[in-house]
Every structure is written in C-alpha cells, then in structure tokens.
Design a protein around this ligand. Structure first.
Ligand SMILES: [Zn+2]
Length: 439
C-alpha cells in the first residue's frame, strides 16, 4: 500500500472543512472559497505565529520551549519544497516498486503516472507545514484569512510535539514497517487535528470531546474532500491512505482525550500505537494488542533465475480494508479486515522488469476470522476478474487470469495469497511461502 509521509506536509485535507463546519455551527455561512486574502508578509506571519502559539500551548498543556521560526511562502516556493522533500524521501526505484505493488493489488490503473500524480496531490491546496528538520513553520500565503489561524493552530501543534517528543526520530523509519509508521503518523496528525478543532471551538466555550462520536464516524466515512479535485480524482486506495492519519488519527486522539485528556495524548508518544488496527480500534491500543510478526520466506528460488524482491511491507488491517473495498462493499471489507493479527507481503520482479509476482501471508485472531478474510478475498478476486472461473476446493481458490495466477489458500489461522504468478511455478512458490516464519 502506498503510505506517503504526509505529516510533514500537512495536507489538512477533509477534516479541515469538516472542522470548520463543526466549529461554526450553528452559523452556517462560510466565506466562499474564492474570497482569498491578499498575500501575507513574513512579519505578519511572525506576529500571528506568536499569538497562536501561546493559545495552542495553553490548550495543549505543553510549554513552548523555544521560539518557532516562521514565514510566508508563495505557491512556487512551497511546491519546490514539497518536491525536494518528496525526492529526498523516495528513490525512483522505490517509487516504481510502490506503483507496481498497487498494480499487482489491482488498486491503480495501468499506465498511471504515479509520481506526477502524487506531487500534484501533495501540492493541491497545501495550507502550510512545519518542518521538523529546520524547526520552521511555513504558511502558504494564498489561502483565505479565515483558514490561516486554523492552519497555524494545527501546524504549531506539530512544533510543540517536536519540542517535547522529537518528531525527527520518526524520519528514517525502517523499511517494510509502514503499518506501524502509519499508526504513528495517525497519532501525530490526530493530535494536531483534534487540537485544531478544540482551538476553533474554544471561543464558543466548547471542546472537541463534546462532538458526538457518531458525527466523528460520519466524518471518517467521507472518502472525498470538498473542493479538492486532485485528491478526489485519486485512486481510492491512494486517497484513503493519505486521509487516514487525519480522519482515523483524529478518532484515535479523540478516544485518548476522552479517556485521559491531553496528558493521555502526550503519553502516547512514549507508548506508541503499533498498527493501523490499534488506530481503528482504540480498545486494542488500550489492551496493547501487538501485531504478530511474519517473515515471508525467500521466493527467489522457486521463482527461477533473474527474479528478485523489489518491495516488502505490511498491509495491516487498514491496508487489507483498502484492498478489499476496491472490489467489495464497505461493510463486508470492514468486517473481513477486522480480526487481523499480522501479515507481510513481498513483490518480486523478473529480470526484464515486465512481470511481477505478489505474495502476501496473513495471520488472523481466530480461524473464523481467517475464514472470513479468505471468503472476502475470494469474492474480491471474482469481482476483479469477472470472466475467470476459479478452480476451487474448500480451502483453496485458483484463478487463471490475464495477469497470471491468483491463488488464495487458508490454513488454520493463516491465509496465503499469490497474485500474478506463472502457472508453471505456482505450486512451488506457494509451498515455499508456507515455510515462512510466523512469530
Ligand atoms: Zn499535520
């Protein structure tokens, strides 16, 4: 799954508009988007930064330890920064492997210009961002004035987080662990988004914890962002994984707040969430339900000469939800991805870079959970390849598709899926996968 490190860039997507609506209710009128303020100068940004920092520090209960450098940036400057940051984070080979993984899962169209699209998406209506490396806050100077302080409240929370919990320690996250990385991003963004909403509600004497949980759930169910054309045109899996840290992260922070207040949110930085499952189900975080580690066996032997592994990672509950919901109903996808215990996937590519084989092995809390996921993945595959009739037994489905063989097999609490495999070698590859280490 694609897991862009969006927290440094702070897209402030869907929730920003939702937050404004909540904070302004019952006042229904919002300033039309076209009424932009004139560009702010750095001096004005500095003054406003100091003012908002004081308020944010008070609400969040975190002292300002050092002043925060700030400035106004033009669209061109911000775009340059975004591109630089993007290229520093991902090599072209990594990006290519990421895109091919999306293709193998059937989550992006063939011929999709992945890098161009991501850059466009990351720069669309970016409102401002805090850079933990430079300890500096940059405000986009083209947004309407009403948004500026809101954006600042969010971004300056990142500055306070950085001063107290050191955000740079998450910069170089180990490869192949992006479910945990997303969970941490969700804490960081959820914290800043909840604070931003609190900041907006404060003048009315209300606070974020007074928002009914059902309303939050409705916000999470939104899969598009009003007025954001690029993100709305993104393939669903890309869009939803970008929104995840804000929407579900906010839900997570909300639960922490209800449970233990802002102090509880602060404590989560020394007791980090470990999986998207813990973000989606707060009770699993509270109960410290840890993911089970899977190390997929090396498949380069059975795949034959020239094939090599180009990517490995963890889907997590949320990644599996995205994979399923692409083809089956939301309800079914949600139910089937619940009960996730752990997984690992690996993408292999042949020497001419024309073919890939994707393997993913997962473990579920109970055999019934594994069974449910097995059936849902089968339903998904049948929808993805409606022309193909599978060879099936009770515990195994084999589809011979135009993209290669898809094999889905359940054994006890485990489910193995191979996609794009060559018909000749599929049995040997599957047998090797079953030798994987599950701890
Ligand atoms: Zn943010």
């Amino acid at each position: 799954m694609s897991k862009r490190n969006a927290w440094k860039l702070s897209l402030l997507i869907t929730l920003l508009s939702s937050a404004l609506l909540i904070a302004q209710a019952p006042r229904s009128a919002t300033t039309p988007r076209s009424e932009k303020s004139k560009a702010m100068t750095t001096a004005e940004v500095e003054k406003m930064t100091a003012e908002v920092l004081t308020q944010v520090s008070e609400i969040r209960g975190l002292k300002l330890l050092h002043p925060v450098k700030s400035g106004a940036k033009s669209r061109a400057e911000i775009e340059q920064m975004v591109i630089k940051n993007f290229d520093e984070e991902t090599t072209p080979a990594e990006l290519d492997a990421e895109y091919k993984t999306l293709l193998a899962f059937g989550l992006a169209p063939k011929g999709f210009k992945y890098r161009d699209f991501l850059i466009k998406l990351l720069t669309e209506q970016i409102a401002g961002f805090y850079d933990p490396k430079k300890k500096e806050f940059n405000l986009a100077d083209w947004n309407p004035l009403e948004l500026q302080k809101t954006v600042m409240a969010h971004e300056l929370t990142h500055a306070l987080q950085d001063q107290h919990f050191d955000l740079t320690r998450f910069d170089k996250w180990p490869k192949g662990d992006s479910d945990r990385e997303s969970a941490i991003h969700a804490l960081i963004e959820g914290d800043a988004t909840a604070l931003m909403i609190d900041y907006l509600m404060k003048p009315m004497g209300r606070s974020v914890t007074q928002i009914p949980k059902t309303l939050l759930d409705q916000m999470n169910a939104q899969t598009s962002a009003p007025g954001m054309d690029v993100i709305n045109s993104a393939p669903n899996a890309i869009r939803e994984s970008l929104i995840f840290p804000y929407s579900y992260g906010m839900g997570f922070a909300y639960q922490l707040l209800k449970d233990k207040g802002w102090e509880g949110v602060s404590q989560a930085y020394s007791n980090l969430p470990q999986s998207s499952e813990q973000i989606l189900h707060y009770e699993k975080y509270a109960a410290k339900e840890m993911p089970i580690k899977i190390e997929l066996a090396d498949l380069s032997g059975p795949l034959s000469k020239g094939w090599k592994r180009v990517k490995f990672d963890i889907n997590g509950e949320f990644g599996y939800y995205l994979a399923l919901v692409e083809y089956i109903s939301k309800d079914a996808a949600r139910k089937a991805s619940e009960g996730w215990g752990g997984d690992q996937f690996a993408l292999y590519e042949n020497a001419t870079q024309t073919k890939t084989t994707l393997a993913h092995l997962s473990v579920w809390d109970t055999e019934a959970d594994a069974e449910e996921f097995f059936s849902a993945y089968n339903e998904r595959t049948a929808k993805r390849y409606p022309q193909v009739k599978p060879n099936s037994t009770a515990k195994q489905f084999v589809y011979t598709t135009p993209d290669g063989v898809t094999l889905i097999e359940a054994r006890g609490k485990n489910v193995l899926v191979l996609e794009g495999a060559a018909a000749a070698g599929v049995k040997a590859v599957a047998a090797k996968c079953w030798e994987s280490k599950i701890s």
